[in-house]
Design a protein around this ligand. Structure first.
Ligand code: DC
Length: 239
């Protein structure tokens, strides 16, 4: 069975990670949440009072950071920072508030991209982020670029946080989303861009099931195209 790499990039809170997780599950692929990696770095920087404007401090801190994904009891993947489960902590708003600034630092991006390329060097991966189809895996066989109305994204984010017991004002969430959009798209180091060969998916009026179905359908067609183009397939057809 031919395996591919699927990149899902786009703005925050468009449903990238929920879609990516379910697509990976349906295809039997592994999921890598690259945003979680930037969040884990941010948490480390906050806990250790690293000055973002001091390149030596940043480089020294990056050397001490080890990020892993380990499956939990529910079969989902949790983020570990230096051996500690930080999955819940990295989703909090105080981390979200700083993460775009941390993710804009070139040194941080280079370290994360290297790690992501190492993790996904075999095929059979779904990665979500901002630069997967443009920088991390520019040769990914299927690239998705997600977008949605900021008001819808803020409402989804608020519901997500509420499920975790965090009651946050809608306007604060909307402001956080707008601020992150600006930083993510205007930063000098690999800004958020749609790859020319990416499929655009506007999820404003889509349910999660519809998003998953669309990506799985696209993946199926890419995989069948690959299979029909492979030399093995020709041999079978000839024989
Ligand atoms: O997907 P997320 O909201 O968890 O991402 C958190 C932040 O990390 C987001 O503001 C942008 C940044 N990010 C990035 O710059 N590149 C990635 N590949 C993934 C996330």
């Amino acid at each position: 069975m031919s395996k591919i790499i699927i990149s899902i990039d786009g703005y925050s809170s468009c449903g990238k990670s929920s879609t990516a997780k379910q697509v990976a599950e349906k295809l039997g692929y592994q999921y890598i949440d690259t945003g979680a990696m930037y969040r884990a770095v941010t948490l480390y920087f906050l806990q250790n009072h690293i000055s973002l404007s001091n390149p030596r401090e940043v480089a020294g801190a990056l050397e001490k950071i080890e990020i892993e994904f380990r499956p939990n009891k529910e079969g989902k993947s949790d983020t570990f920072l230096n051996g500690l489960n930080v999955e819940a902590e990295i989703r909090k708003l105080y981390v979200a508030d700083q993460v775009s600034e941390v993710a804009a630092i070139g040194e941080v991006r280079r370290a994360m991209v290297k790690q992501q390329q190492r993790m996904g060097r075999r095929k059979g991966f779904v990665l979500d982020g901002r630069d997967i189809g443009t920088v991390v895996f520019p040769d990914a066989e299927l690239k998705i670029f997600m977008n949605a109305d900021p008001l819808v994204r803020a409402r989804r984010r608020q519901e997500e946080l509420m499920e975790k017991g965090e009651l946050i004002d809608f306007d604060d969430i909307l402001e956080n989303i707008r601020k992150r959009d600006i930083i993510d798209t205007t930063r000098a180091e690999s800004p958020l861009r749609q790859a020319p060969d990416a499929y655009e998916l506007d999820t404003t009026y889509m349910t999660l099931d519809e998003q998953v179905e669309r990506v799985v359908l696209l993946a199926d067609s890419v995989i069948s195209l690959q299979l029909s183009a492979s030399p093995d397939h020709d041999q079978k057809a000839d024989g």
